[in-house]
Design a binder for this molecule. Structure first.
Ligand SMILES: Cc1ncc(COP(=O)(O)O)c(C=O)c1O
Length: 486
């Protein structure tokens, strides 16, 4: 009778492709592995009795040891492989698996192979997963069938139009990724050698790297302990005569407190570039992020709220800036005279193929955001009563989005050990970023106590749209089981 585990883990069409005979050679086993694309063959006799397993790694090592492709598989297979019997509960099987062991034979009481367990999503919960259940394939196919595969085509303009509308700005300008969108924004702001740009130290390294690309110096500032984003008071302390711009980062989907930053920018004539790579759709006092500063920058990397594989976007209400952005991302070429290059520009264009995915994602962005919000609520409900875990806090002026649901572990808990323990039972998680000032290319000696504590304690849990309730329950159960006793 099919059990719950059977339903989740088994694919009958795959089982046969995993089996190879005890009579086969290395060449035959390699053919089996090549066909099943699982990296492993279960070696069985004519009664399906399990004698061993061979992985692609075993074959590689056998060849390096000088064995010929005609060597009988029984000479180099693993003779006592991990296997489980039919009654073993799913949780126990999960415990046996890892990135290294992805397929385990399931045997009956006579050691006959009757099934297999796979390290698929039923077992392995990744930190992020894209949601391609809309028109993505259809639109990409249209690009391929019509030959509009490069950086011109209807999807590029459509993606820019729909994304700008979504953010409530006049212009969206696509770019190859979020990092070059930031670089372009800084170049547009006139940032160059000798200038300073204030950035939070707690961010993904790309924020600071983009500053470095221009020859300017990133000046690191600490975070607010409630929102985990750039602290406006910290920005004010760091403004000098050289300060040209500031990059508030809407980290983990939470908006920065933009009003005081915009106020400082007006008083000191600074350009504000919002790094909204992780916060598509988040609202600050009724406005979408990316519409508040002079320019907004987004990423569409595979783990983002919407994705185009790699991709980025600048958003702005400034007509002149938008026009210059289009010129600069396209080799500095005049928009009216072909091959007339007014300036040294870049090739930072997004392809129509990528934009096709983006247009399909935009058709469902509100649904994706709602599904992610539901994931956030579910995590909150399941974790709220445990003192070992501190949940993201809420402020009245922000409506964050759930990018990666990120919690703080109680100080003193070895976060990296928890990540390893969770991984060993199939649940991926992610440490918070290292503060950029502590990384080798920057190596700033000053202390940033809030960012350092958040970085040490922060743990991002699997988040995608839509996630099933039982998946979130399993993640929370795993996390709480892995934490030291209260
Ligand atoms: C805060 C932040 N800024 C910038 C980037 C860079 O975006 P991309 O990976 O698209 O270059 C990322 C993305 O990972 C990010 O999280």
């Amino acid at each position: 009778m099919p059990s719950e585990r059977d339903k989740d883990l088994r694919d009958d069409s795959v089982l046969d492709s995993l089996l190879a005979s005890t009579a086969c050679s290395m060449r035959d086993a390699l053919r089996t592995i090549d066909r099943n694309a699982c990296g492993i063959a279960f070696i069985v006799d004519s009664d399906r009795l399990l004698h061993g397993v061979v992985t692609d790694g075993d074959i590689r090592r056998a060849i390096l040891n000088g064995l010929s492709p005609e060597t009988p598989v029984t000479e180099f297979m693993t003779r006592s492989p991990i296997s489980v019997c039919e009654e073993v509960p799913t949780e126990k099987i999960i415990g046996l698996m890892s990135e290294g062991i992805k397929y385990v034979p399931v045997v009956d009481e006579h050691k006959r192979v009757v099934d297999y367990a796979a390290f698929t999503q039923a077992v392995h919960l990744p930190v992020a997963s894209p949601a391609f259940s809309g028109n993505e394939l259809r639109y990409v196919t249209e690009c391929v069938l019509t030959n509009w595969i490069s950086s011109r085509g209807r999807f590029v303009t459509e993606f820019e139009r729909t994304f700008a509308k979504f953010c409530g700005v006049k212009h969206g300008i696509t770019a190859s990724n979020g990092t070059v969108a930031l670089h372009l924004a800084l170049v547009l702001a006139g940032v160059g050698p000798g200038d300073e740009v204030i950035v939070p130290t707690l961010t993904f390294v790309a924020t600071a790297n983009a500053v470095r690309y221009t020859g300017a110096t990133p000046i690191f500032a600490d975070s607010n302990p409630v929102t985990w984003t750039l602290d406006p008071a910290e920005v004010e302390r760091r403004i000098t005569k050289r300060t040209k711009a500031v990059i508030p980062v809407h980290l983990y989907g939470h908006p920065c407190d933009m009003d005081p930053i915009m106020d400082l920018a007006r008083r000191h004539r600074l350009v504000v570039i919002e790094d909204a790579a992780e916060a598509h759709g988040a609202m600050y006092r009724g406005k979408r992020v990316g519409s508040i500063g002079h320019v907004g920058c987004f990423s569409f990397f595979g783990n983002k709220i919407i994705t185009t594989g790699e991709g980025g976007m600048l958003t702005t209400n400034d007509d002149g800036l938008a026009e210059r952005a289009r010129v600069l991302r396209d080799h500095g070429m005049s928009q009216t005279e072909r091959y007339w290059h007014e300036t040294v520009g870049f090739n930072y264009r997004l392809t129509n193929l990528q934009a096709a995915v983006g247009v399909a994602q935009m058709e469902r962005i509100e649904t994706l955001l709602a599904q992610r919000a539901a994931v956030g609520r579910c995590y909150k409900e399941l974790l709220k009563d445990d003192q070992r875990v501190e949940l993201p806090r809420e402020v009245p002026w922000a409506r964050p989005v759930t990018w990666l649901y990120t919690v703080l572990l109680r100080d003193g808990i070895n976060r990296d050990q928890i990540i390893k323990r969770m991984e060993s039972v199939g649940v991926d998680s992610r440490p918070c970023f290292h503060p950029v000032h502590s990384l080798p290319p920057y190596a700033v000696q000053a202390r940033f106590p809030v960012a350092e504590a958040l970085s040490r304690r922060g743990l991002s849990l699997p988040t995608w749209a839509p996630m099933r309730q039982d998946q979130i329950e399993r993640i929370c159960r795993t996390l709480l089981d892995c934490l030291p006793a209260r």
